[in-house]
Design a protein around this ligand. Structure first.
Ligand SMILES: NC(=O)CC[C@H](N)C(=O)O
Length: 728
C-alpha cells in the first residue's frame, strides 16, 4: 500500500501545467448547447413555439400533434449539434441525476436506417429504473416508473446526447424523484404569492421563486484521492492525522487561484456557459484546496437543474485536469467542510423582486409583507426546514462551528429588527391619519435607506436576510437543492395563503382599508414569530440553551431531524398545498432514512477494512523493525541495552497498546453493526446506526491518527492530509 501512496505522490508531482485560454466573449457562448427560445424560433413552427411557451408560462398541456412537431424540431437541432442519442434526464431519490441513452438511429420496416425521435419519445418514457429507491411506492400494484417532460427547463445537448429534463413518477402519479415535488411547490408559491402581490399591483400574473446557489468543493489530485480507500469509496477521510498547517493562516482564502485549478475552472465555465448555466464568480475558499463557484440567480427549477448539471460537468472536467472533485460536506476533519448556500427570493412577471424594498411606501409595504410572511413561515415550520437539509454527510458540518447550527433561526440585522419592533406598536383596527403618515414617513419610508448591504453580516445564521433575498446556509455541498427549495416554497405558500385569508377577512368584515388590514396582520405575525429571530452568535453554546428556552427544535442528527416529515402538521401542510401526499411523504422519509443507514454502514465497513488490512499491518511492520533493532542492541549491549533502547521500547509499547485498542473497538463496531442490521423498523435501525455504530468512528480514528504519528512515514499506507491538501 505505501507503494500506492508513493506512486501517487510521484504522479501528483509530475502534472503538466494547464494551458489557460480565457479569450473570447462568454456571452457569445451562452446557451449554445441549449434548445432555448432562439433555437425554438429557428426550428419550430409558430404554432409549436406558442404552445411550448404557454406550457412554460401558463402550465398548459401540450397535445400529441404539437409534441410531434416539437420533437421533430428538437431532433433537427440536436443532430445539427452532433448528437447521436437522446435521454430523459431525471432526479431519482438518490440525490444524483439519472440518464438512459437511446440512439436516434432506428430501423424502418423496409430495413432502411434513419434517425427517429417523435412526440411519444419526448413527452413520456418508461425507463423501468426499478432499482431506484422508492420507499415502497413501487411495490404496490402496477407501480411502474415513468419519466415525463418538464418543458419549463429547456433541453440541452451534452457531448453527443440530447438531454430532456423530466420528472420521474409512478404509474399512480406519486413522485419518485425530487423534481416533481419541487414543481408542485413552485406552483403553490406562485399562486399564493401572486394573489398577495396583487394587493399592491393588479398587473402581476405570476410569481416565480428564484434561487442562486453557491457551490463549494475541494479539488484533490486524482492519484492522491484515489490512493485512499475511504475517500474513493465514502467521499470523506475516515482517518488522517491533522496537517500541521491547515487553514489557520487564511492564506488560501481568496488567494491567487493555482494554475491547474484555474485551467479547470476556465474550461468548466466555458462548458457551463454553453449549457446555459450563468456562472459568474470563482474563488479560493477557506480550507486548503477548497474552492467555490456561483452563478447569477435563476428561476428555482432551472437553477436546481443547473446545479445538478454543473456537478456532473465538474466531475468530468476535473478528471481531464487529473483532479478528483469532492462534494462531500466534510471530507477532512479539522478544516472547513463544504456547503451550498441557497439564496432565495420571489420575483414577479412584472420584474419586481418582492424581497427588495421599492421607491414608494406602498412598494415598501409589499416588501414588508413578503419579508414578514417568510419569517412567520420559517417560525411555524422551522423543524421541516431543518429536515430538508438532513443527511449523513451534512451531519458532520452543521454545528461544527464553520457552518450554521442545526437550530433554525433568522438573522435580519439591527435596522430591520428596529423596523419590526416599531411595527409591533401599530394600533389595532383602523389607523389614524397621523399614524399612517408617521408609518409612511418614518418607518416604511425609511427602509431603502437602511438596507445597505447586509450580506455576510452574520455567518453563523442558518437563514439570513442579505438585503434583497434570504440566504439558507445550512444546505450541504452534495445535496440536491430541490429538497430545501420544495420545503421553503411550500411553507411560504402556506403562509401567504393564510395571510391573504386574514387580510381579506379584515377588509370584508371589519371594513378596514387594504393597507390597514395588512399592517394589522403583519403586527400579529411580528409578535408571534419573535422567537425565530436571532442576531447573536449561532455557534455559541449559550444559543443552544436560549433556543431550548424558545422551544425551537434542536435535532442534532439525521434520524432525529427526519421524524417531523410525517408529523400530522406536515401531512396537513403538504396536502393542503397539493405538494406531496401522505404516501409520498412517508416514502420519501423512508428513502432518506435508508440512505442514512447505508452511508453509515458503508463507512463502518470501509473503516473495518482499513483497520484490519492496512493500519494494523503497517503498525506490525514498524513494530518488527523496532524489535529487530532492539534485538540488535541487546546483542551488542547485553543487559545494558534497555537504556539505549528506551525510546524504541516506549514506541513499541505505545504501538502495542493502540493495536489492542483499535482492534477491540473495530470488533465492537462490527458487533454494533450486526445488531443494527437485525432491526426491521427503518427508524429504529437508523437510530441504532447513529447512536451505536457511528460513535465508534471517532474512537477508532483517534488510535489510527496516533499510530500515523508514531509509525515511520515509509510504512504509513494512506496518503497524508498535508500531501492531499497542499498539492497544487
Ligand atoms: N466562507 C464561508 O462562507 C464558509 C462556509 C462554509 N464552508 C460552509 O460550509 O457553510
Amino acid at each position: 500500500m505505501p507503494n500506492t501512496r508513493f506512486q501517487a505522490l510521484v504522479e501528483s508531482r509530475n502534472r503538466e501545467h494547464a494551458n489557460i485560454n480565457e479569450t473570447g466573449k462568454r456571452s457569445d457562448l451562452f446557451g449554445k448547447n441549449v434548445f432555448n427560445e432562439d433555437k425554438m424560433h429557428q426550428f419550430l413552427t409558430e404554432e409549436a413555439l406558442d404552445k411550448v411557451k404557454s406550457a412554460i408560462f401558463q402550465g398548459t398541456k401540450i397535445d400529441r400533434k404539437i409534441a410531434d412537431q416539437v420533437a421533430e424540431g428538437m431532433k433537427a437541432w440536436a443532430l445539427s449539434m452532433g448528437a447521436t442519442h437522446y435521454t430523459h434526464w431525471f432526479q431519482p431519490l438518490t440525490g444524483a441525476t439519472a440518464e438512459k441513452h437511446d440512439a436516434f438511429f432506428d430501423i424502418l420496416p423496409n430495413g432502411r436506417a434513419m434517425e427517429k425521435f417523435g412526440g411519444a419519445q419526448l413527452v413520456q418514457q418508461e425507463p423501468d429504473a426499478s432499482s431506484f429507491p422508492s420507499g415502497g411506492i413501487r411495490n404496490t400494484f402496477e407501480a411502474r416508473g415513468y419519466t415525463a417532460w418538464d418543458p419549463t427547463s429547456p433541453a440541452f445537448v451534452y457531448k453527443t446526447t440530447l438531454c430532456i429534463p423530466t420528472i420521474f413518477v409512478a404509474y399512480t402519479g406519486e413522485a419518485l424523484d425530487n423534481k416533481a415535488p419541487l414543481l408542485r411547490a413552485l406552483h403553490a408559491v406562485d399562486q399564493a404569492a401572486t394573489s398577495v402581490a396583487q394587493y399592491f399591483d393588479k398587473n402581476v400574473r405570476k410569481v416565480h421563486a428564484t434561487l442562486g446557489w453557491e457551490q463549494e468543493y475541494f479539488l484533490i489530485d486524482k492519484s492522491l484521492a484515489n490512493s485512499r480507500l475511504d475517500l474513493s469509496v465514502t467521499g470523506r477521510t475516515l482517518v488522517g492525522s491533522f496537517s500541521a498547517k491547515g487553514q489557520q493562516l487564511d492564506d488560501h482564502y481568496f488567494g491567487v487561484i493555482p494554475p491547474r485549478v484555474l485551467g479547470f475552472m476556465s474550461e468548466l465555465e466555458k462548458e457551463c456557459t454553453k449549457l446555459g448555466i450563468p456562472v459568474k464568480t470563482r474563488h479560493n475558499e477557506v480550507a486548503p484546496n477548497q474552492f467555490e463557484l456561483a452563478p447569477v440567480f435563476e428561476e428555482a427549477n432551472l437553477s436546481v437543474d443547473h446545479n445538478l448539471l454543473l456537478m456532473d460537468v465538474m466531475e468530468e472536467i476535473a478528471d481531464r485536469y487529473n483532479f478528483s472533485v469532492l462534494f462531500h460536506e466534510k471530507p477532512f476533519s479539522g478544516i472547513n467542510g463544504s456547503g451550498k448556500h441557497n439564496n432565495w427570493s420571489l420575483g414577479t412577471d412584472t420584474g419586481v423582486n418582492l424581497l427588495s424594498p421599492g421607491s414608494t411606501p406602498m412598494k415598501n409595504l409589499q416588501f414588508l409583507t413578503f419579508f414578514v410572511n417568510t419569517i412567520k413561515a420559517v417560525d411555524t415550520y422551522e423543524e421541516l426546514l431543518r429536515a430538508s437539509i438532513a443527511s449523513a454527510s451534512n451531519d458532520h458540518r452543521l454545528g461544527a462551528n464553520e457552518a450554521p447550527p442545526p437550530i433554525i433561526s433568522i438573522f435580519i440585522g439591527k435596522q430591520l429588527s428596529d423596523v419590526l419592533d416599531e411595527l409591533e406598536g401599530v394600533s389595532k383596527g383602523k389607523l389614524s391619519p397621523q399614524e399612517k403618515t408617521e408609518l409612511k414617513l418614518n418607518v416604511v419610508g425609511k427602509i431603502p435607506e437602511i438596507l445597505l448591504d447586509n450580506t455576510d453580516r452574520n455567518r453563523t445564521s442558518p437563514f439570513a436576510f442579505t438585503g434583497n433575498k434570504f440566504e439558507m446556509r445550512g444546505v450541504g455541498a452534495k445535496m440536491n437543492c430541490a429538497k430545501p427549495m420544495t420545503m421553503l416554497n411550500t411553507i411560504v405558500a402556506k403562509q401567504l395563503t393564510d395571510f391573504k385569508k386574514e387580510v381579506d377577512a379584515l377588509i370584508d368584515k371589519k371594513s378596514l382599508k387594504k393597507d390597514e388590514a395588512v399592517f394589522n396582520v403583519l403586527r400579529e405575525y411580528i409578535k408571534t414569530s419573535k422567537r425565530i429571530r436571532f442576531e447573536g452568535d449561532g455557534y455559541g453554546v449559550e444559543w443552544q440553551e436560549e433556543a431550548r428556552r424558545r422551544k425551537l427544535s434542536f435535532n442534532k442528527n439525521t434520524p432525529e431531524a427526519l421524524q417531523v416529515i410525517t408529523s400530522k402538521q406536515s401531512l396537513e401542510l403538504f396536502k393542503q398545498m397539493d405538494v406531496m401526499s401522505e404516501v409520498e411523504l412517508k416514502a420519501h422519509k423512508e428513502v432518506e432514512m435508508g440512505a442514512y443507514i447505508f452511508h453509515i454502514q458503508i463507512e463502518g465497513r470501509v473503516l473495518g477494512e482499513m483497520v484490519y488490512n492496512h493500519i494494523i499491518p503497517a503498525a506490525v511492520k514498524y513494530q518488527n523493525l523496532l524489535l529487530e533493532n532492539i534485538h540488535g542492541l541487546k546483542e551488542v549491549y547485553g543487559a545494558a541495552h534497555k537504556k539505549v533502547a528506551d525510546g524504541q521500547l516506549n514506541i513499541l509499547e505505545q504501538i502495542g497498546e493502540h493495536i489492542i485498542e483499535i482492534k477491540k473497538l473495530t470488533d465492537e463496531m462490527a458487533d454494533a453493526r450486526r445488531r443494527a442490521n437485525g432491526m426491521s423498523v427503518v427508524d429504529k435501525k437508523a437510530q441504532a446506526y447513529c447512536n451505536n455504530v457511528k460513535p465508534y468512528f471517532d474512537k477508532i480514528r483517534e488510535h489510527s491518527d496516533k499510530l500515523e504519528k508514531l509509525i515511520a512515514d515509509e510504512f504509513w499506507p494512506f496518503t497524508k492530509y498535508r500531501e492531499m491538501l497542499f498539492s497544487k
